[in-house]
Design a protein around this ligand. Structure first.
Ligand SMILES: [Cu+2]
Length: 148
């Protein structure tokens, strides 16, 4: 009985809790885009794999209302920043980010002082009805103030 309980405890510890992974292509089609541009249903422990396939871009968390450019290091609770990655010199590198919560996260490219962001190079994790990807994109396209 005691041995069985021990085995059960070991089994519980040994089985890793694997989250889902979501793949996002950064700079797909040599364009200033994240593909897909939004992902919903991301849970704590899930990962997002950003693969950089053109030019030199970043995936950096930013604010919903004043997105461009995102600040180095990212902003917000559990914000993140992949840093810049150049597909030509690095051979289409990938960066894996682990998501820690179920909150919305808004992401943009910080290249060229926000120029890519202004062109709509944006991405949302767990957008909501109030904080929708469409409005975030609109904010990026029309963001007149460089606050960072
Ligand atoms: Cu970019």
């Amino acid at each position: 009985m005691r041995f069985t309980a021990l085995l059960s405890a070991i089994a519980i510890v040994a089985v890793p809790v694997l989250g889902a992974n979501f793949n996002v292509t950064v700079g797909a089609n040599d364009d200033f885009i994240f593909l897909p541009d939004q992902i919903s249903g991301v849970l704590p422990g899930d990962t997002i794999t950003f693969t950089f396939v053109s030019r030199n871009h970043s995936a950096t968390t930013t604010t919903f209302s004043n997105p461009c450019p995102p600040p180095k290091g990212g902003v917000g609770p559990n914000g993140f920043d992949t840093g810049f990655h150049d597909s030509a010199s690095e051979g289409d590198p990938s960066v894996v980010v682990t998501i820690e919560d179920t909150e919305p996260h808004f992401v943009a490219c910080m290249q060229a002082a926000g120029a890519h962001c202004h062109r709509g190079m944006t991405f949302a994790i767990n957008p909501t009805e109030d904080l929708s990807y469409e409005e975030f994109l609109n904010n990026a396209l029309n963001d007149p103030i460089q606050t960072f």
